[in-house]
Design a protein around this ligand. Structure first.
Ligand SMILES: Cc1ncc(COP(=O)(O)O)c(C=O)c1O
Length: 414
């Protein structure tokens, strides 16, 4: 997770932003509404999309918003398509969201290089079989840390079959300022503000997951939304005043118009970097991840190291660690080394996955310390150091029975 600059928090706490209420009369919150519109402008410009729904409260909530726009668009053209295609490397929220939106989900295999199997996907979209596909949900850069190089062809094939393309934009940090998803044929994409624009991760709570939309989907976007009137005043378009201008909106995602605190932090981050600074963010994040990947591939198996440079995440597996050693031993060992462990056992397509996302905000010295620790842990596992199997030894809590903790949580403290 990237560094959260204190400046962003200070700005979000300014009384004119931190102490307003969503039910205040619109004329008393003109500055806040202008700020939502300015952030929306940045998001559409950075992604090359026609519009953005600002109300979703998290990445997964944004996925639902995007799929509800897609469903409304199909319904408006009299189609009842029932299927969403999801590559097998997708984040778990993707198939869950598609099912929640009422779709059947079908998995598309990954090719040996970790990217979507293009021929399998094209075959699935062809002819009558493709006529039931409402959308393809694809993550780019994908969860194996790779850029889907065939994205333009993938989008064209989906569109030819009459389907829309939903992109999970959680990994936008790797391409912000460099690639505009709109140029890749994407119709809807959520942006996890916490992963790219440094807000805290709300996990469905106080987070924010705006969804950028192509021109084809904008008419179906949820209410309420903010617009600038001709005289420069800001307006909030809700059910009461939407009139006949927005007859196709699918409805509401949330009670109010979004997470002001997250919007403010994200806009402060964007303005403090500027367009050139954001492009450098992506470049540095990718450089850092490749530094980690190349520094460790001799001691940890890197399943897609031959697929070219990774994006902002370096992916390793636990194949080749000593007998009986797995990813959990490395992760727990990292706690003793003073590091928060990386994402583990995800993506599922890699055995014992370790997904390291250093972001652009780690210094070279910090990366070198992390690499040295991970290297020593990998070497200890390879040498059969049994003590690693009971790590952590220096943390206030020892190794927990995580299955029991999840299945039988003790919710009362006496
Ligand atoms: C690839 C991907 N998709 C979706 C999500 C879900 O986002 P959120 O946790 O904001 O709901 C995440 C989480 O960070 C993610 O990494």
């Amino acid at each position: 997770m990237k560094h959260k600059p204190r400046l962003n928090v200070k700005v979000a706490r300014m009384p004119g932003l931190g102490e307003i209420h969503p039910l205040q009369p619109v004329q008393t919150v003109q500055g806040a509404l202008a700020e939502i519109a300015e952030l929306a402008d940045w998001l559409t410009a950075l992604t090359g999309m026609a519009g953005v729904a600002m109300t979703p409260k998290a990445g997964a909530h944004g996925e639902l918003c995007g799929l509800l726009c897609i469903r409304a668009a199909h319904e408006a053209s009299g189609q009842n398509r029932r299927l969403v295609l999801v590559p097998e490397s997708a984040h778990g929220t993707n198939p869950a969201t598609a099912a929640f939106a009422g779709y059947a989900v079908e998995s598309i295999p990954a090719a040996a290089d970790g990217r979507v199997d293009l021929s399998a996907l094209l075959a699935r979209l062809e002819g009558e079989a493709g006529a039931d596909v409402a959308a393809l949900m694809i993550t780019n850069p994908n969860t194996c840390g790779l850029f889907e190089r065939d994205m333009v062809a993938i989008s064209a094939a989906a569109h030819a079959a009459g389907a829309y393309v939903y992109c999970d934009g959680a990994n936008f940090n790797a391409i912000v300022g460099k690639v505009r998803p709109g140029d890749l044929g994407i119709d809807a994409m959520h942006i996890n503000l916490h992963k790219t624009f440094s807000t805290p991760h709300g996990g469905g709570g106080p987070g924010s997951g705006p969804v950028v939309l192509s021109a084809a989907l904008v008419p179906f976007a949820p209410l309420p939304f903010v617009t600038r009137g001709g005289d420069g005043t800001m307006r909030l378009i809700e059910e009461e005043n939407a009139g006949e201008d927005h007859p196709h909106s699918f409805g509401r995602m949330a009670a109010f118009h979004g997470q002001m605190g997250m919007f403010t932090r994200a806009l402060a981050y964007i303005l403090s970097h500027g367009a050139d600074g954001l492009a450098q963010v992506a470049g540095d994040a990718v450089l850092n991840a490749n530094y980690v990947l190349r520094s460790l591939e001799d001691v940890l198996e890197a399943p897609f190291a031959d697929a070219g440079p990774c994006m902002h995440e370096a992916l390793f597996s636990d194949n080749g660690l000593g007998e009986g050693f797995t990813t959990i031993d490395i992760a727990k060992g990292l706690i003793d080394e003073g590091f928060h462990p990386m994402t583990i056992y995800f993506p599922l397509v890699v055995h014992g996955a370790m997904l390291v996302e250093p972001t652009e905000t780690e210094s070279k010295a910090g990366l070198d310390r992390f690499i040295a620790s991970l290297r020593s842990l990998a070497l200890r596992a390879r040498a059969g150091d049994e003590r690693l199997k009971s790590a952590p030894h220096f943390a206030p809590r020892r190794r927990l029975d995580e299955t029991r903790a999840a299945r039988k949580p003790r919710l009362v403290w006496k």
